[in-house]
Design a protein around this ligand. Structure first.
Ligand code: HEM
Length: 269
């Protein structure tokens, strides 16, 4: 593990926001030194825990095939040294996901946007199968404040999305486990001591497919130890404590941050 490419802590404290920024297509995927090991892990999870990491409905087939074509083209253009080993006979959402370190989801619009195909090997304590066929609102039902603050803008954003303009955003949390694959185990607080905690970020992108008009959501997960983050930046712990203190009670419970600021302060003292 090495340091993270992004530290999405806000100096003004915690707030719930869409936080979308324009994405250049050359930056759709990020390739780094962990590519080989992460792709080996993804392949193992697809083989051994397929029901946990792959979720597909028939409607997702055509957009997944279109997505695979774009992933191959994007890697060949912007990451030309990267091997393109396509797993024959697989569903295209799995083939595409096994080419990049990102997890991939396809959403299709009928009367609403719904999750129709996904290969998510590195979820941050949520259950993929329970989200299959769900709308954006249903997917986000456990997220405190989403309904009041993000539902309307997020649905409108998906409705207006155009193939020429893609976007990205960041999420972060603290966990007491460094594993990338964490499909379950949401808790209100953290076990162990802060020297065993990890700062985990997700870089997410949203892109519309030109042919099938489906939307693609990618999630790239990076993890570093809290200790490493604190050693690298003097501001880190200050901004982290501010976020932990200023988050609403319901957000703290949802994110597993109950009592966490106190634990951290005690450890620092
Ligand atoms: C602009 C688009 C989106 C926004 C603004 C958004 C926002 C959020 C936020 C704020 C959270 C809470 C997580 C946290 O703070 O750590 C969340 C969780 C989540 N989001 Fe999104 N999201 C978007 C798109 C999507 C899409 C397209 C999917 C499709 C799979 C998705 C799947 C999830 C899941 C599975 C969770 C965890 C829910 C749970 O705990 O059960 N999001 N999202």
């Amino acid at each position: 593990m090495s340091s993270l490419p992004y530290v999405p802590l806000d100096r003004r404290g915690w707030h719930l926001a869409m936080g979308l920024r324009p994405l250049d297509e050359s930056k759709w995927f990020e390739v780094d030194a962990r590519r080989d090991s992460e792709l080996v892990l993804k392949k193992k999870l697809v083989n051994e825990e397929r029901d946990v990491v792959v979720a597909i409905r028939e409607t997702g087939a055509a957009p997944s095939a279109e997505l695979l074509g774009l992933v191959v083209e994007n890697l060949a253009t912007y990451h030309p040294g990267v091997p393109l080993d396509i797993v024959e006979g697989e569903h295209p959402i799995v083939q595409a996901s096994l080419l990049v370190q990102e997890d991939l989801c396809v959403l299709v619009h009928d009367e609403k946007w719904r999750l129709e195909a996904a290969c998510v090997c590195f979820p941050s304590r949520w259950n993929l199968l329970s989200k299959l066929g769900a709308t954006l609102d249903d997917i986000h039902a456990p997220v405190p404040g989403y309904d009041q603050e993000l539902s309307r803008p997020t649905n409108a954003f998906f409705d207006r999305l155009k193939p020429e303009r893609s976007f990205w955003r960041l999420n972060w949390t603290l966990l007491d486990d460094a594993d990338l694959h964490q499909p379950s185990g949401r808790r209100e607080g953290l076990e162990s001591d802060p020297d065993q905690w990890f700062f985990r970020i997700e870089r997410q992108t949203v892109r519309k497919l030109p042919e099938t008009r489906a939307a693609v959501f990618s999630i790239r997960t990076y993890v570093a130890s809290l200790e490493q983050m604190m050693n690298e930046s003097a501001d880190f712990v200050e901004n982290l404590l501010l976020a932990l203190d200023s988050a609403p009670v319901a957000t703290k419970a949802y994110k597993g941050w109950v009592g966490v600021a106190q634990q951290l302060r005690a450890a620092l003292a």
